[in-house]
Design a binder for this molecule. Structure first.
Ligand SMILES: NC(=O)c1ccc[n+]([C@@H]2O[C@H](COP(=O)([O-])OP(=O)(O)OC[C@H]3O[C@@H](n4cnc5c(N)ncnc54)[C@H](O)[C@@H]3O)[C@@H](O)[C@H]2O)c1
Length: 379
């Protein structure tokens, strides 16, 4: 029998429960403890999962418990960095959901405390574990589409609702639409896709950008309901990100919800990338469940603009635990990998400085969208 550890999950909402489901059948996980500020969330969590054997609203009870070796943090965004810092100082290995900081002070303090303690800290950028994005990375790294020149990203989803329901039916203001608790749309949602573009560009640095979003139209939103940003890497690649919450219907507020992807596609949901290189291009169309690879015409041995390769998946997919989400949202692969890394004493799969650079970009994009729209910012 391999080593077993006790794990704690801070924030037992939707994502906290997903994390528990992802790891609970690993033989390496002995028990899972839950911490939340809302007793109703804890009651629902302990009732839903056999391996959750203890829940508490007292943080210190978990921090002081020597049995707990690994903590996953899935609270509202503003608490991620402060809780991660407390957990690192208590000697726990930590996975924090993105964003790993909602201001520069939090971002830097987390780096400083990780260095000081030498603890394990991985940020939840599960797109780097997701097959569609890994396939694109392998094609890019193989040189098949040449040198990266442009990555265009389009994302369209329905707005976050103004209110959410807790497990006991209490209706509360949605923390996702309040600037104080979420930070910004860049931090809450778009950091994944900015991080992916950085990853595909293999560590090149963003050296300038321009924010050009429109004014908000959704009355209760304190954060951006649309985002348009263009940024440039020091390897010469440019990227544009276009995001709107105004042209897709439904309460099922993103692709993680229950509806079939093809049905959501017909309702206006979009999550598309066009990655253009000097020799060809890759198009990733999540709601069409396809990756298409093109070679540019006119090169030796290449005729016309035909599609050279198509990768597709169906709704059953071959993902072991998270179905087709294994292609675009594999928290399952990520959260299980983290348990195994911690037990083996390995480093996080994503270096903290690397993750924090994605978060810093989000902070700088947020600030530019507020105060310097249409101005090129050099960095
Ligand atoms: N990686 C991804 O793709 C992804 C997807 C969804 C959510 N998330 C992240 O996961 C986090 C949680 O999202 P969610 O959808 O589960 O939200 P949620 O509202 O369903 O759950 C949040 C939970 O945190 C609890 N909480 C809030 N403040 C707390 C605190 N200070 N201490 C302890 N518990 C606290 C709330 O009571 C609630 O139970 C967010 O940071 C979100 O960005 C990431």
């Amino acid at each position: 029998m391999s080593k077993q550890i006790t794990v704690a999950v801070f924030g037992c909402g939707k994502m906290g429960n997903t994390i528990i489901s992802d790891i609970e059948n690993l033989p390496e996980v002995k028990a899972i403890y839950g911490y939340d500020v809302e007793q109703a969330q804890l009651d629902a969590t302990i009732a839903a999962h056999e391996k959750v054997t203890k829940v508490t609203t007292c943080l210190d009870e978990i921090l002081e418990d020597k049995d707990v070796e690994l903590v996953y943090i899935a609270t509202a965004n503003e608490f991620h960095a402060p809780l991660a810092i407390k957990a690192l100082r208590a000697g726990k290995a930590v996975m924090t959901e993105k964003p790993s900081g909602i201001n520069e002070e939090q971002v830097q303090e987390l780096i400083d405390v990780q260095k000081e303690t030498g603890g394990f800290l991985q940020v939840g950028f599960e797109c780097r574990y997701s097959k569609a994005y890994i396939i694109a990375k392998e094609i890019i790294d193989s040189g098949e589409i040449g040198k990266l020149k442009n990555i265009h990203f389009t994302y369209s989803m329905p707005p976050y609702p103004e209110h959410i329901k807790l497990a006991d039916g209490t209706v509360v203001k949605n923390w996702r639409v309040s600037e104080e608790t979420v930070g910004s749309m860049y931090l809450e949602k778009l950091c994944h896709y900015i991080d992916l573009v950085r990853w595909w560009n293999n560590g090149s640095r963003v050296d300038r950008f321009i924010a050009t979003g429109a004014d908000n139209v959704i009355p209760y939103f304190q954060i951006e309901d649309n985002v348009h940003i263009s940024y440039h890497f020091d390897n010469g690649c440019t990227s544009q990100l276009y995001f709107v919450m105004t042209a897709a219907p439904g309460h099922n507020n993103d692709l993680l919800g229950g509806d079939d992807l093809f049905d959501q596609d017909k309702q206006g949901h979009k999550l598309n990338y066009v990655i253009t290189g000097t020799e060809g291009a890759i198009e990733i169309d999540i709601f069409q469940r396809q990756i298409r690879v093109y070679h540019h015409p006119g090169k030796a041995g290449q005729v016309g603009e035909s599609i050279k390769k198509v990768f597709s998946w169906d709704s059953y997919a071959d993902g072991a635990g998270d179905g087709e989400k294994t292609y675009f949202h594999s928290t399952y692969a990520q959260n299980r990998d983290i348990v195994k890394r911690v037990i083996a004493g390995e480093q996080p799969a994503i270096a903290l400085e690397d993750a924090q650079e994605s978060i810093r970009l989000c902070l700088e994009f947020t600030e530019a969208a507020k105060t310097s729209k249409w101005k090129v910012i050099e960095r």
